[in-house]
Design a binder for this molecule. Structure first.
Ligand code: NAD
Length: 530
């Protein structure tokens, strides 16, 4: 078995890779309009009610048709998952892990096709889509290695007359509810972590990304994961989600998404239902209001590049995206003079074209909400860049920078989830940290400074789950930067880290009494006097 290593990104400066990507985009476009089933116990099922997935770069263009699962389908999936759990729970870890290694290899083989799905269905640019697939591969590989490590159990101290072990056993049936913005990576990460640990899963993807989720299910099937281990329900969050979250047989919920939905799930899962004999475990990773501090002693050019990427890559639709820029007064003018032209130079448009760095936001309601926030931002501060929609057929919004934002402003406090950056002045480094920590969220943050004492202070005092020094606050790597946030950013589950599988298991300590070995006193041998 090869040791875990993160997957390399595709080099799109090479013509050969650009050609492969163009071909993959054309292939996925040729599949537009197909209908996809829900999958329960390996059976493909069509329902009366359907919904569409759309291309956000081209309003109204239908990617595919999907089933709206109802409570009856959800119940059917629960029964199959419960039944399958009885055999899957005892399947050796080595066998379970082998499915994840296979899935990683299938994703490597289908990389360009998977990239193309996310370009067309979620409006990711080529680099972002490719990074999403790389992360999904990493999750499969990493959690497979982790399952084997957990299987060995921890080291315990020895005790005479006993054999003591601690084993990690699965929980039961879990509901996996991923967001649309990392539609393959997060979905694959939560699902594989759950089932490699011996649980069975009902996967309900976001209604904005059911197409790439259907591709994930193809990969699960191609890897020959036993039927019923992963059951696939598309449809509205509220119906299938609420029903399953409340279900007395649901043992755990793995959720990543917004704060309001996450808190609702925590609340619903907290109510004990008749017949429920356990406390449901909830892994809930939620929103962010992430910050970058640029200190008076920072490398300004490197900070400019870092802030630009962290704020505007994938249209600012990352939980880790920088939406609060805190600039020390002393370098404010120098930073902004360099920064604004680089933002104005960003090309916005359909991301099926490689040159467009910023694509559309995900859908009409996101578009309306972001434009509303820009209006609020203009009333709270001053818009110096963007501030409007961009021309084109999709949900395009120009990268927007709003200055003179104060800590009490909504632009400073609320998650916008779009290409909008608020800029706040700090009197000095201490003030910058005070501003950074003035948030109900605590997901990611970055600090640019060359001063060693300030670096140490930031490490101690900036209250976020993922802190970066002298680099951008997005782009955590599996196995290298375990990911998850504090406070209203969630349960700090640290996806892609060594503690993650613990959340999908329960530890059982087993003591076997074998009796103390009695010391047999040897009788002294008398020497014969012969
Ligand atoms: P969302 O909360 O709208 O939806 C997330 C998932 O919940 C979707 O699958 C949706 O169908 C489902 N859902 C909706 N209502 C539900 C209900 N009542 N019961 C059960 N499930 C329900 O979030 P989104 O728009 O898909 O994703 C964006 C959000 O996710 C942002 O807030 C972002 O910060 C957050 N996010 C967080 C992380 C992290 O690791 N902390 C990572 C990615 C995204």
């Amino acid at each position: 078995m090869k040791p875990f290593k993160t997957e390399k990104y595709t080099d799109f400066t090479k013509a050969v890779n650009r050609k492969k990507m163009e071909k993959a985009i054309a292939h996925v476009e040729s599949q537009f309009g197909k209908e996809y089933s829900i999958i329960i116990g390996g059976k493909r099922i069509r329902l009366d009610n359907k919904f569409h997935s759309y291309n956000p770069s081209k309003k109204g263009e239908i990617i595919g048709t999907f089933q709206k699962a109802d409570e009856q389908a959800a119940e059917q999936a629960m029964q199959v998952a419960l039944e399958t759990f009885e055999s899957w729970r005892y399947t050796p870890a080595k066998t379970r892990a082998s499915y994840l290694f296979k899935m990683a290899n299938i994703m490597r083989r289908r990389r360009f096709e998977l990239n193309a799905w996310m370009v067309l269905e979620e409006g990711k640019n080529w680099l972002e889509a490719d990074a999403d697939v790389a992360e999904a591969i990493d999750f499969c590989d990493y959690y497979a290695h982790e399952a084997l490590r957990y299987d060995k159990g921890p080291n315990l101290y020895k005790f005479p007359g006993e054999i003591n072990r601690q084993v990690y056993i699965p929980l039961g049936v879990g509901i996996v509810i991923p967001p649309w913005n990392f539609p393959l990576a997060i979905l694959a990460g939560m699902t594989t972590a759950a089932f490699v640990s011996g649980n069975t899963v009902i996967l309900k993807p976001s209604s904005d990304s059911p197409g790439i989720a259907a591709m994930f299910m193809e990969i699960v099937e191609e890897a020959k994961v036993p039927v019923g281990v992963v059951n696939f329900l598309t449809g509205p969050g509220a119906i299938a989600g609420d029903y399953l979250v409340r279900h007395p047989k649901t043992r755990f919920v793995a959720f990543t998404g917004s704060k309001p939905v996450g808190l609702r799930i925590v609340e619903q899962a907290g109510k004990t239902q008749p017949g429920q004999i356990w406390i449901k475990r909830v892994v809930a990773e939620m929103g962010g209001k992430d910050l970058i501090i640029v200190d008076s002693e920072a490398d300004i050019d490197s900070a400019v590049a870092g802030v630009r990427t962290a704020a505007f890559s994938f249209q600012g639709q990352k939980c880790s995206a920088c939406s609060r820029l805190i600039l020390d007064d002393k370098i404010y003018d120098e930073f902004m003079k360099k920064f604004i032209p680089t933002v104005e130079a960003i090309k916005v448009g359909p991301v099926s074209e490689y040159d467009n760095y910023v694509g559309p936001v995900i859908n009409e309601s996101a578009y309306d909400s972001i434009l509303e926030y820009i209006k609020i931002g203009k009333s709270e501060g001053n818009c110096v860049c963007g501030g409007e929609s961009a021309p084109g057929d999709g949900w395009f919004i120009r990268p927007t920078v709003i200055v003179d934002i104060e800590r009490q402003h909504r632009i400073f406090q609320e998650e916008i989830f779009g290409p909008v950056l608020g800029v706040t002045r700090a009197r000095n480094f201490d003030h910058a940290i005070e501003l950074a920590n003035d948030s109900e969220y605590g997901l990611t943050g970055a600090v640019y400074t060359k001063n060693k004492k300030k670096i140490e202070k930031a490490k101690r005092e900036v209250f976020v789950g993922n802190l970066y020094i002298n680099r951008k606050c997005t782009g955590a790597l599996v196995g290298i930067q375990p990911f998850g946030g504090f406070n209203m950013s969630g349960t700090d589950s640290k996806a892609g880290g060594p503690d993650y599988l613990m959340l999908f298991t329960q530890a059982k300590a087993i003591t076997e009494y074998i009796g103390r070995k009695r010391k047999i006193r040897k009788k002294p041998v008398r020497k014969s006097k012969k």
